[in-house]
Ligand binder design. Structure first.
Ligand code: ME8
Length: 520
């Protein structure tokens, strides 16, 4: 078994229902989890909800609920959305779970034992929406003269007794970390931002609150709850058994990848490694910050009334169409504007007309002309060899390299290129005409395409697990072949010689109608 692979998404605030950004991040992580499993690695994939903090406490008060009731209700929406989107998480963590409180208190005690925590008075700006402290110099002014955080959210002046973490002492070690591990922060643009921030000098961080009690209690200081980000970040350790010296921890920590959105880079690449260094725990190998999804170029917000329910998009257009669209349309790491028209266009041109049509044309000819018996190969031409080599290169070299690099849109572009090559081949060879003129050649052409379609399906199982799974089931391609190491092996001849019979093929990707107008 190859190396284990531990990957995490950010844990989501359940102060409202999930939006398309949550779906985007979790789908991308799921593609990676499935890809690495298909490469033979033992994967641990964690997602979940971040349930403490002032933002949750305030929202619950506004809704006339306890924070626990709000968290229970909203966390359920996240979980059922992820189940609906075929997310293959191994654990859906909730930070209100007892093992997570224990892990958070353990890391706190380790930081305290290292002499990095002290009690003082906090006076400064805090944004509840971002759950973040800001320096005066980072603030901007709103239209009415009010102070805003760099994310554009309101800030309030806060004065309270607080525990502090000696972040100011970690600047040099953090810079050494970034310099020695250029891939610790990706993409490059985010790495540069973080380096500039740390080079500017770090101030100690307030890490506890006394003005509310919805959080993990500070050990030995009962009137304090931990700053929500201390507990939130620790979820990555809780999921692999920390603080116990257990097999899971030894196997999966340090995490291979924390996948997050660009707005929370600082927490993951400055605070988190500093906490871990202080507690004497190994650092994650990489933090990748993806871009933001914008609805026709505009950020979704409740006040603009343009918040999209990703579950509704999945029901309307299909789970796999949505998954494919989100990873195909945007370069991972950059922002991207999406629209319903763009989803329909991608589905119709690439999934229905290109891949779906290729599979349907090929399989229905095997079904009709060969009575469902997979035809034999009666000697290859140069065109056959070239197509087989092209598809094999794309699925065993190009796509795995792109997936490994989180370059999802490039992986799918390479895939589409191979699909086009298959369509050009079927048009040039015209097996429907060969049926009358050269039946043996028709058999070979269909056999070549059969292999190529199965290989192309296996290579996009991580992106479209449901539809590709159904297609491969129908084609008689067993689970053991659905990995990158075996899909280009010679399974076709034994399958053709077996009792397997192709059933009447069913299209996986129907054409979708264009929406009449936005938002209907
Ligand atoms: O930040 N497009 O939770 P969250 C793409 N609880 N991604 C987006 C997005 C958008 N429009 N909006 C948000 C939190 N995200 C914390 C994380 S981790 C220890 C704690 C991403 O619910 C966002 O960047 O606000 C983050 O990675 C994730 O969704 C959850 O955001």
């Amino acid at each position: 078994m190859a190396d284990p692979f531990y990957l995490t998404t950010a844990i989501h605030y359940p102060n409202g229902k999930p939006h398309i950004g949550h779906a985007y991040e979790t789908i991308a992580a799921d593609v990676l989890a499935r890809f690495h499993r298909q490469m033979g690695r033992e994967v641990r994939f964690q997602t979940g909800t971040d349930e403490h903090g002032l933002k949750m406490a305030q929202k619950a008060r506004d809704m006339g609920q306890t924070p626990r009731e709000l968290a229970d209700e909203m966390s359920g929406y996240f979980r059922s959305l992820f189940d609906n989107l075929d997310i293959s998480y191994d654990r859906f963590i909730r930070t209100t779970e007892p093992d997570h409180h224990r892990a958070s208190q353990a890391i706190w005690q380790a930081m305290e034992a290292n002499g990095d925590l002290y009690l003082d008075r906090y006076e400064g700006w805090y944004s509840v929406r971002d759950e973040a402290y800001y320096d005066e110099s980072e603030l901007t002014e709103g239209e009415g003269g009010e102070k805003l955080s760099p994310q554009g959210t309101p800030v309030e002046w806060t004065v309270e007794e607080s525990w502090f973490f000696k972040l100011s002492e970690y600047g040099d070690r953090l810079l050494a970390l970034y310099n020695e591990n250029p891939d610790f922060i990706r993409p490059e643009s985010r790495r540069n931002e973080v380096m500039r921030f740390v080079e500017g000098g770090l101030r100690d961080l307030s890490v506890s609150r006394t003005s509310f009690d919805w959080g993990v209690k500070v050990p030995g200081s009962d009137e304090h709850v931990m700053y929500v980000w201390v507990d939130a970040l620790t979820n990555y350790l809780t999921g692999v058994g920390y603080p116990d010296d257990c097999e899971d921890f030894a196997k999966f920590w340090p995490a291979d990848l924390h996948l997050i959105g660009k707005d929370i880079t600082r927490f993951h690449t400055v605070y988190w490694p500093a906490f871990l260094m202080s507690a004497g725990i190994a650092l994650p190998k990489q933090v990748f910050a993806h871009g933001f999804l914008l609805n026709r170029g505009v950020k979704e917000s409740k006040s603009l009334g343009n918040v999209t329910d990703p579950g509704e998009l999945a029901n309307l257009y299909g789970v796999d169409t949505l998954r494919y669209f989100l990873l195909r349309e945007f370069s991972f790491g950059q922002d991207g504007g999406w629209s319903r028209e763009a989803i329909v266009n991608r589905n119709n041109s690439e999934l229905a007309n290109s891949f779906g049509n290729l599979a349907q044309r090929t399989l229905s000819q095997v079904f009709k002309n060969c009575e469902g018996v997979l035809p034999p190969v009666n000697g290859h031409t140069e065109a056959d060899e070239a197509l087989l080599a092209n598809v094999a290169r794309v699925v065993t070299e190009e796509m795995p390299a792109h997936y490994t690099d989180l370059a999802f849109s490039q992986a799918l572009e390479a895939w589409m290129g191979a699909v086009f090559a298959c369509n050009a081949y079927i048009d040039a060879e015209a097996p429907w005409a060969l049926k009358k003129t050269d039946f043996a050649r028709m058999e070979t052409v269909l056999a070549v395409l059969y292999r190529c379609i199965a290989q192309l399906a296996v290579a996009v199982v991580p992106v479209m697990p449901g539809s590709m799974g159904r297609l491969l089931d129908a084609m008689g391609v067993g689970e053991d072949l659905r990995c990158f190491a075996t899909i280009c092996s010679d399974w076709y001849a034994p399958l053709a010689a077996s009792e397997f019979r192709l059933a009447k093929p069913e299209g996986q990707f129907p054409r979708l109608d264009m929406p009449q107008a936005e938002g209907e």
